[in-house]
Ligand binder design. Sequence first.
Ligand code: DC
Length: 230
Amino acid sequence: MSQHRPKIVAVDGPAGSGKSSICDAVSRRLGWTYINTGALYRGVGLLALGRGIDLNDSAGIAAMVDQIAPGLTWRGEDRTLWFEGRNLSLEMNSEQAGYAASKVAKQAAVRDCLLPVQRQLTLSAPIGALVDGRDIGTVVFPDADLKIFVTASLEERSRRRLNQLGSDADTQSIDDIKAGIAKRDERDQGRDTAPLKQADDAVVLDTSDLSMDESILALIRLLKDRGLVD
Ligand code: DC
């Protein structure tokens, strides 16, 4: 008997492209599982910071990730990240966690350890999984049923970030935010291991001029066109 395999949609793209919010909403509408792989990298970054490991110390990070990867888990049903019974979800969205994630994500040992975790989480989805990250279509699931590359202009991504910051935005100018995002893009695209890259067979979804509702409908349309949903 062949093993159950859920439908897999790889959704890659740069920070601030809207991919996480879109995947979150679409998976709720379809009853699919949402897997935010960035959360796992954020978890590794947070745990390294908590243990006082230098983020540039590849050997130290490699030893740590080897030990923690099996205990790190993303719970798709309530979008929470756990490590050994501790909920890391509140800390996971901080700037500090994002920074630490982008540092540890450059390291091959970290990526190797998180590969089986991401595959296992996805393959246990009952119906289908929207898997959001940077290398899902290129490395984690090169045989995904559909690959989408979500993007938006740097200006638009910076504007969204500024809005997200709310009252905290007073301390940061749009130029600071733009510079920060550009730097993050550079780190994600320029690293040697599994850089952010559009898969050859990915469909591009540019959300620069789309509202959230329009982006959600555009993604559902792509799934329908591929015959993945009715
Ligand atoms: O999507 P995010 O901002 O939560 O991702 C945090 C960091 O992790 C970001 O620098 C990119 C990295 N990442 C990655 O390298 N590969 C993934 N599949 C997901 C995230």
